[in-house]
Design a binder for this molecule. Structure first.
Ligand code: ZN
Length: 144
């Protein structure tokens, strides 16, 4: 048995001050009531799936359509321009998507604005930040 907060939705709702917006037999969408972003929400599978790289089965088959529907529903409900989608996986070992409705003039930033002001010393695979793009592109091209 995995000791996982998101596998205990009532405890997760209390911990994050969440309310359920929608749920089916695979996915759950919850709004986080505290914090600086109105409409901020979590989309997570009911089944324990540790990280996005572990997605399989029915959750993998439905993830795209579910993500499209809930991000659009949040955008409309929050009167936002778009809904930003973040997957980090650093703190809770149960795959979840952070959804942040973005409105003009709010504090959210896309693109390079997402990065902090400090530059990393090492890239994600031990390489320096500069020059690692070519190697990364080569590895990704092999996946296609
Ligand atoms: Zn879990």
């Amino acid at each position: 048995m995995v000791d996982c907060l998101l596998c205990h939705p009532a405890a997760a709702d209390a911990a994050f001050d969440r309310v359920r917006l929608w749920e089916d037999d695979l996915w759950r969408l919850s709004a986080v009531l505290r914090g600086p972003i109105p409409g901020f929400a979590h989309l997570e599978p009911l089944r324990h799936i540790p990280f996005v790289t572990d997605l399989d089965g029915a959750e993998a088959a439905t993830f795209g359509p579910v993500l499209a529907r809930v991000t659009d529903a949040l955008r409309v409900a929050a009167d936002a321009e778009r809904t930003y989608v973040y997957v980090f996986g650093d703190h809770v070992p149960h795959f979840h998507v952070n959804l942040a409705p973005h409105r003009a003039g709010d504090a959210l930033r896309g693109g390079p604005g997402l990065l902090g002001s400090q530059r990393p010393r090492r890239g994600p695979h031990g390489s320096s930040g500069r020059g690692s793009g070519s190697a990364g592109r080569t590895r990704l091209t092999r996946l296609a």
